[in-house]
Design a protein around this ligand. Sequence first.
Ligand SMILES: [Zn+2]
Length: 307
Amino acid sequence: MSPLKRVLIVGGTHGNELIGISLVQKFERQAVLLRRPSFETLTLLGNPAAIAAGTRYLDQDLNRCFAAETLAKTDDPAYEVGRAQAIHRTYGPGGQTPVDLIVDLHGTTANAGQMLILDSLDHFTLALAAHLSLLEPAIKVYSSADSGRKRDSLRSLAPYRLGIEVGPVAHGTLQAQLFGQTEALVLAVLDYLEAYSSGTPYPAAPLLTLYQYVGALDYPRSPEGALLAMIHPERQGQDYQALHPGDPLFITFEGDPIAYDGPETVYPVFINEAAYYEKGIALCLTQKQTIVVKTDAVGSAAGPEPI
Ligand SMILES: [Zn+2]
């Protein structure tokens, strides 16, 4: 990677996820917190109209509006499409102030704790995650790389990107502990980037536990799409915990358990996320992997490979 010039911290890509929104607003009041000598850090409230309305979005999910064909549309009346195009013109490649790395802040009703979302397993991103994991061992690292999803998220505008997802927190509400943890994570990312840019060695966990996305399951539904079951009480809040074939997963409104009938043990995340009911997702399935993070001298990672 050529030297980092510009980083963008984004909150409010979803307008009712208040931790990221309030943190970006705090950073805008106290810009000194973001200042580092070797690069510039900008902030962005992703979806201001949805923030004002207190909803996830007005017309459609902004975080699905950044595919090339959506950005090329000329007559789409959806607010979020126009907003995505404006963000792309400003921060995207070839934009007014193109950014090298986007940190996108989200909140979830699922029991995510502090989750890093990696869209790519390039060396630079892995070394960053390994560093943050060493600072805060409770962090979980989720990989959506190779998930088959096209590059349509806001952070896909930048060559390097990191999602931070914290929970459980009800949409439309704040939670002080998660707010503080999110702030500490963002500042640790900036400190890492400063050390990286100035060639200072930094410590990194040699092994990283990765929850690799392998698929998603919807709730049992009627042919018309009505819900027929809920998350089983034994599974509620059990994000990152092993789900074996035959384990109870759902429970019907009549009280009958429904077992997980997949072929192998998986590690669910985003269990019972409120915003995913409309997407037909009851939980995401991951495989738990341990990867070795390559480092050279004293914890200093070698330069990142291009994506
Ligand atoms: Zn979100």
